[in-house]
Design a protein around this ligand. Structure first.
Ligand SMILES: NC(=O)c1ccc[n+]([C@@H]2O[C@H](COP(=O)([O-])OP(=O)(O)OC[C@H]3O[C@@H](n4cnc5c(N)ncnc54)[C@H](O)[C@@H]3O)[C@@H](O)[C@H]2O)c1
Length: 254
């Protein structure tokens, strides 16, 4: 039996890049998936509907940094599906950022990265958690990054936001544990997503060095992450909370 039958999952940033693969993987395990993105999610929604039926998916535009937008998304989800079991905080400013030195970032960009990458997940939790609390269960999966463990240079606001995501996860797990809600983070290593590959310069700067840093000396792809995601979303991880799972082919050594 599919591991997420009867569950409703929201994937922020679920339209493109790695998030698209998360949306597909959760749907393949029987979840009804809400694709929440500033980008158009119609293509992935059609793909899911084609495989699993029209009731398996919805896609709505949502800017996770904007509280009114988040509130609307949560209300639409509950109206359409009646419950929320899984929240994947995946949306972030990442692939579109150009690496630069610590003193070359402007204040507006720095603030925007933090607003989307850490305030966004908090706003999502603020409005989703009451629905999980009502059911005395839920799974929150915060997408952090191996970059926070390694302290990679030239992406300071991004790496800072992902370090915050690790601390946010630990702290939140203690507040929501009493309600039966698990809060964990998943930290991908450098992944060749379609959006990352579109940024050729960025990819060539990183790709070979990262591969050589791994125990498994190969590139990482979105499909390498979906097993860990489904595990954290499913009942198989019911006694796991406040944890940080790194999926990177053995580059970060905890
Ligand atoms: N690709 C990698 O190597 C890698 C490594 C570690 C962690 N990550 C993390 O994985 C996640 C996905 O990465 P990706 O490579 O697919 O990046 P990406 O930049 O291609 O995808 C981000 C997604 O979030 C959406 N988004 C951006 N701003 C938004 C907003 N304000 N509200 C809602 N949606 C918004 C985008 O439209 C896109 O669909 C991110 O959290 C990223 O930090 C990626």
């Amino acid at each position: 039996m599919a591991r997420l039958s009867g569950k409703v999952a929201i994937v922020t940033g679920g339209a493109k890049g790695i998030g698209r693969h998360y949306s597909l993987a959760l749907a393949a395990e029987g979840a009804r998936v809400v694709v929440a993105d500033i980008a158009d999610g119609a293509a992935v929604a059609a793909e899911i509907a084609g495989k699993h039926g029209a009731d398996a998916v919805a896609c709505w535009e949502c800017d996770v940094s904007d509280e009114a937008s988040v509130k609307k998304l949560v209300a639409q989800t509950v109206e359409r599906f009646g419950r929320i079991d899984v929240l994947v905080n995946n949306a972030a400013l990442y692939a579109t950022l150009t690496p630069r030195n610590y003193d070359e970032w402007d204040v507006e960009t720095f603030d925007r990265v933090l607003a989307i990458n850490i305030r966004g997940p908090w706003l999502m939790v603020k409005h989703v958690a009451p629905h999980m609390i009502a059911n005395k269960s839920g799974k929150i999966i915060n997408i952090a990054s191996g970059a926070a463990y390694k302290g990679i240079p030239r992406m300071l606001p991004y790496v800072s936001s992902k370090g915050a995501m690790l601390a946010f996860t630990r702290s939140l797990s203690r507040e929501l544990g009493a309600h039966g809600i698990a809060v964990n983070s998943l930290s991908p290593g450098y992944i060749l997503s379609d959006t990352g590959l579109a940024n050729t310069k960025h990819v060539e700067e990183e790709r070979v060095a990262v591969r050589n840093s791994r125990a498994f000396k190969r590139d990482g792809y979105p499909e390498d992450l979906t097993g860990a995601l489904v595990f954290l979303a499913s009942d198989e991880s019911n006694f796991v909370t406040g944890q940080s799972l790194v999926v990177d082919g053995g580059s970060v050594n905890n």
